[in-house]
Design a protein around this ligand. Structure first.
Ligand code: F6P
Length: 323
């Protein structure tokens, strides 16, 4: 009989519950006990763990957020914190841990595995910035939420011949902004990875109007040097030269709070099952992700050491499509 633990950590993402459900039920299917650790790594340090049966994870697949709660734990960043976490795992006789989360969470998972504890990570973050997976749990739903906003803003932008900037999350990366901008038909996408000159941006918007467009939509990543507020300031200061008004909308946490769509429920379920399968094979110290359409494992050491590059093909498409 094996006993495993599962936790969700960092920013929540739609689909985390579906992943928890899959880990619990496939784990039980292997004849294991499964414990849910509450509030991420903080719960691991404080000893907040509960046994989860098949019924405990009923009715959650369609729910956003995470039934286990999530947290960012500064204490876990310290060696002392991580030792306390290992103690909790020992006290509960948990032999392996599944960590559902994004970059910071998987770095934590790697730290635990370096201390000799078997850990399997599951890629989950709306930022889609995790190395070792083409897409993470929560991205698809967050994109759909952003698109509802962008589509609506285009309507009002057209009525008023205004430019709109929509700011999406993504921390210090532009993966979410790039995908939202392409899918939303944005005229311009501003990401931290590419330097943006606001004057070029103003020129691009003016030329869009000159070509007969009734609106101009910019999608901006929160981590860009010129995020929505900075752009607003620039456009207000250069009103005379720019020749039109810019209105901004910052989507913020609304992108994280949706109910998971079909894509995220399926992805999370496949990832949860794959985490259990990896542990059955005796494979750990890895991240479960999706590479070229297949569920795949990548060493946590590689995940922690690498930055996921922006999709260059998508970047190249931005200008072509904004004609
Ligand atoms: O990593 C997910 C994310 O939503 C980022 O997009 C955002 O920058 C960050 O979390 C916000 O973090 P917090 O929930 O701690 O405010």
């Amino acid at each position: 009989m094996k006993r495993i633990g599962v936790l969700t950590s960092g920013g929540d993402a739609p689909g985390m519950n579906a992943a928890i459900r899959a880990v619990v039920r496939t784990g039980i299917g292997e004849g294991w006990d499964v414990y849910g650790i509450q509030h991420g790594y903080s719960g691991l340090i404080n000893g907040d763990a509960v046994p989860l049966g098949a019924r405990d994870v009923g009715g959650i697949i369609q729910r956003g957020g995470t039934m286990l709660g999530s947290a960012r734990s500064p204490e876990f960043m310290t060696e002392e914190g991580r030792h306390k976490a290992l103690q909790t795992l020992g006290n509960y006789q948990i032999e392996a841990l599944v960590v559902i989360g994004g970059n910071g969470s998987q770095k934590g998972a790697y730290a635990l595995s370096q201390m000799g504890f078997p850990v399997v990570g599951i890629a989950s973050t709306i930022d889609n910035d995790l190395y070792g997976t083409d897409i993470s749990i929560g991205v698809d739903t967050a994109l759909d939420i952003a698109l509802v906003a962008i589509d609506r803003l285009k309507v009002t932008a057209s009525s008023h011949h205004r430019a709109f900037a929509v700011e999406v999350m993504g921390r210090d990366t532009g993966h979410l902004a790039l995908a939202a901008g392409i899918a939303g038909g944005a005229e311009y996408i501003v990401v931290p990875e590419v330097e943006t000159d606001p004057e070029d941006l103003a020129t691009a918007i003016r030329s869009a109007y000159d070509r007969g467009k009734t609106h101009a939509m910019l999608v901006v990543a929160e981590g860009a040097r010129y995020n929505a507020e900075e752009l607003e300031r620039y456009f207000a200061e250069h009103r005379a030269q720019v020749g039109f008004e810019l209105r901004i909308t910052i989507l913020g946490y609304v992108q994280r709070g949706g109910a998971p769509g079909a894509h995220d429920r399926l992805l999370a379920t496949r990832f949860g099952a794959a985490a259990t399968e990896a542990l059955v094979r005796g494979e750990h110290g890895v991240l479960i992700g999706l590479l070229c359409g297949e569920v795949a494992t990548t060493l946590l050491s590689e995940v922690a050491a690498n930055k996921k590059p922006l999709d260059q093909e998508l970047l190249d498409l931005v200008n072509v499509l904004a004609r």
